[in-house]
Design a protein around this ligand. Sequence first.
Ligand code: ATP
Length: 335
Amino acid sequence: MKRVTLIKGDGIGPEITDSVMKIINAAGVAIDWDIQTAGADLIETEGTPLPQRVLDSVKQNKIALKSPVTTPIGKGFRSVNVQLRKELDLYANLRPCYNLPNVKTRYDKVDIVVVRENTEDLYAGIERQVDENTAESIKIITRKASERIAKFAFDYAVKNNRKEVCVVTKANICKLSDGLFLECARKIAQQYPQIKFREILVDNCCMQLVQNPNQFDVLLLPNLYGDIVSDLCAGLIGGLGIAQGANIGENYAVFEPVHGSAPDIAGQDKANPTAMLMSAIEMLNYIGENEAGRRIRLALFDTLDAGIKTVDLGGNASCTEFTQAIVDRLVVLEK
Ligand code: ATP
């Protein structure tokens, strides 16, 4: 039986985790879950929001499904998400964004894959207070990280029959840092003549995304623009409740929704588990449980098609009701 680390997180994390586990169980996939907790609640008992045992567990199992963990703004601890990605060298953040059935949005046929560099840029966390009135953040971009994420984007494009990779920077202003990212993307692009290569500035990219998202295929971005643009892309297809994600490195993979811990709706049975469920489907594909992944996707799409939706998608189903609807459909599919 495959052993997978499950990080429960906080906010809506536990609710959507329970939902996804119920659905995976109903699909008949036997997984030996290594359940780990992380987050601000542990600071008092374990002295850190990301105990070493969590890292050890992912290192041992090589694969994890993670629900959101709150990043306190301006507190002493580094973000658990950032630390996890850095410690495990999960250098690629992969966020596919496409329309789901019966989720009405301004656009049809959106099918964009965001490939975000995950280990450096302003997320390197190198900041200092220069004086009382001045703070400084250092943006780190290296050739090694830029080339490997560009290679990841092009390899992904080849494997998944995508036509184009578009690199997104602000190289006209950050001439050295974004300039290096762009230079690396250009170099790697030459090794993939079968994939079209395009360059765009991030501000123009945002405008084009809201005017005509269908022109984009695979987007390749440094860390911070990747964070912002992927939320924008989530907005194009119906919001954070349905936006899936994965963090992938040479040795480990951690699947997690794009959204945060949504403290505003935590504990109210209102959360949409779809983003976490779709991340879990990718995790199942990754461990070779493609058939179960396919059935879960079918049950999810059928549930949405039947108009059973959570509040964020304009419906009135609770997280529990939505989960049960998917489980019921899985049971029928089993027969
Ligand atoms: P972080 O910085 O940790 O990524 P964030 O600032 O992006 O967090 P989120 O916690 O992702 O914020 O929430 C943003 C908004 O989207 C909130 O109003 C939240 O309720 C909503 N939201 C996020 N995830 C879901 C979900 N799964 N279901 C329903 N609403 C959600």
